[in-house]
Design a protein around this ligand. Sequence first.
Ligand code: PGA
Length: 241
Amino acid sequence: MNIKKFLTTELMAEAAGKHIIEIVKKKPDSLLCFAGGDTPLMTLNYLAEAAKQGEVDFGKCSFVSLDEWVGLGKETNGSCKQTLFDHFFDRIPNIDDSQICFFDGLAIDMDAECKRVDHFVAKHEGIDFMLLGIGMNGHIGFNEPGVRVDTYCHVIDLDPVTKKVSVKYFDEEMNVTRGISLGIQHITEAAEVMLMANGEKKADIVELTINTEPTADIPSTLVKNSKHAVLYIDDAAASKL
Ligand code: PGA
């Protein structure tokens, strides 16, 4: 896994944004996947501004969601869908809902939801680029510690650490217990995966991710099995290396 270290979070986000713009220029009809959560927000902001200035056109791209809290939809502040729409999709000119395939956390039939999203990815012949954060427990999307590595979309019980950390996203207690997510197979089969971490609180998991052989106990290590993986970290997240 390539590692790129940046002095500040801002410089990291700018470099990530520029890299993503290059990917879209090279392949305008890319299938892209951006994680929700706090980590990618600055990069998404960079991309939204660049799109507004006409520096990049996402008009031919497609987008697939990484994950969602089961039981939550776009109406809930802090859901993945709300985060991605507020910070990215609703700010980009030239994007139509038909280009976006998002997990519906409120769907009655979660198996059908998994199949629907699997089908969308398969129809596009895989994901061209994924921007992923690393959870405090090493989860990526809702590929929780101990996840099966041979899965595509799946529903999973959330790890205790994920449940504890989840409160930071919501205005009120949500008691989320399950997540729906793209699987490790999607990640390892993607043409390119960018794993991203910033801030001192991620320093331990970044160190573990880099220095541990791929294992389902720390899902972020499995990214090393991807075709082309790169880790973007700022100085604070790199402080234990
Ligand atoms: P964060 O979450 O980007 O909000 O730190 C990452 C994750 O838990 O996947």
